[in-house]
Design a protein around this ligand. Sequence first.
Ligand code: G6P
Length: 614
Amino acid sequence: MCGIVGYIGMREAAPILLSGLQRLEYRGYDSAGIALQNGGLPFMKQKGSVGALLAAYEESPAKMVGATLGIGHTRWATHGDPSDRNAHPHLNADEDIALIHNGIVENYSLLRKELISEGYAFLSDTDSEVLVHLVDRIWKTDPSLSLEAVVRAALRHVEGAYGLCVISPRDPDKIVVARKGSPLVIGIGEGEYFIASDAAPIVEHTKKVVYLSDGEMAVVTREGYQVKTIENVETEKVITELDFSLEKIEKGGFEHFMLKEIFEQPEVMRDVMRGRVRTEEGRVVLGGIEDYLDRLKQAKRIVICACGTSWHAGLIGEYLIEDFARIPVEVDYASEFRYRNPIIGPDDVVIVISQSGETADTLAALRAAKEKGAMVMGICNVVGSTIPRETMCGIYTHAGPEVGVASTKAFTAQVIVLYMLALALSKGRTISHDEMRLSLKELSQVPEHAAKILELDAQIQTIAESFKDARNFLYLGRGYNFPVALEGALKLKEISYIHAEGYPAAEMKHGPIALIDEDMPVIFIATRDSSYNKILSNIEEVRSRKGRVIAIASEGDTEVARLAEHVIYIPQASAQIMPLLTVIPLQLLSYHIATRRGCNVDRPRNLAKSVTVE
Ligand code: G6P
């Protein structure tokens, strides 16, 4: 989820690259850098915002002057903390090749070992740096090759996803770019060309663009561009005319960041699993906890602490870990845990979950657990934030920056991580090899199912229209869908300011049933699992009190349709997978109700994205 920009033309490149990077900052903002070509290969890169890089450039622009070709990058860390050394571009030892990269090199640790054994010195902890050394190695074996030929040869060794740009004074006046799983666009100006990870930095210069497809490479010069597949077969490209406003491009064409982030989920889910889910081998690879896995498996008890949406993910984690790994789990609000003198000791594992990695209560819970001698592990989205720095081990969610205050893609990423963790804890203990493969196969199908659910957006908009004036909502679910009911209710209240409550469906009779009348919409998560018949009875109870029922049901179900005013059908999957699917229509429903009420969904009143105070 980082941002890429490139320029080749007749103008000074540095200011163009820096302003382009500012347009891309929503894609990542923990470090930034540029490299230019003006005979040599001057570069600057540092931790912090693009603004800070711009200030550093303005202080000493001299070495960059005269360069009319360059590349730039704004980073959202995946491998290696945000730091000067981990910022892109990465250079080879001779400093005559510069490379920037988006995506994840899955086999980087293998490649890194290989290169180190050949004498290559690594200056960063990133997966990306292997790419520049691979290019260097191939070029050393045959210096007569062109830059594109060496990049092409290097990419044959790479597994994973990339959007990348490479420049070198050894083969000057060109930018070589390649794409697999991470977008790249070429902007076509008058005698100048722009490259970027999306159109945001290009649109102020030109409206004519060419989108690279997966598996394509391009060589961009001042005279033009040539696109070929990575296998070196020439391809025909169509020029597209941009008709977007800049603001819309930053939001990927969506009205709000929240909607963009909801729709990004299939892609994010793939990123979370990339290189980690090995279905065929029947195993999960979680680098950040590898050295601690035995200790985790021996835990007498796991306590999960978190706040808000992350706490809901924790509840699902409890069900998953107990179900698969048979280790007792408790879930606590971080704010309660820190003040209630909990019984915790060296046999316990405390897992803190946080999108931002900075939530004050979660951080305090982590410190309290550490003080009591527990092993502490983190599940976080922001690499290098405080929580990952203070935990002994952890798993990053790799969901990319989440801008909307109401968490959506970070939640599904957290649940996937918890699913992978539960399976990793089960391996060799509570689950057979075949069960493992089956569970991983199901998980790897989730992005596809999620994409299918997103196609129901129009139906969900119609439902939103008829319920936008409701004053209360009740969300009910059982088992794995109970935490989803809580999350659905939280999403609605956060952004639409409608009062909403989530409950385990069976608890309805102990209170909430008193609220039900013809003005009370009740959302049932009624997918087919072991409590399906029981939830049907709960729906009957609401219907007989004239409550208005919206149900989320499994495809092919006819029973629910008989009872509900609206049914949203989602693909059938096992109970453990369901939260990843059932939450999506609830996110969309909250979004569409909130926008119809004129609410500012990306910045709801009184809420903050990161709550760093008590
Ligand atoms: C705030 C945000 C929520 C988030 C919660 C926990 O309340 O508005 O969206 O779930 O903090 O944040 P964390 O970054 O720790 O997941």
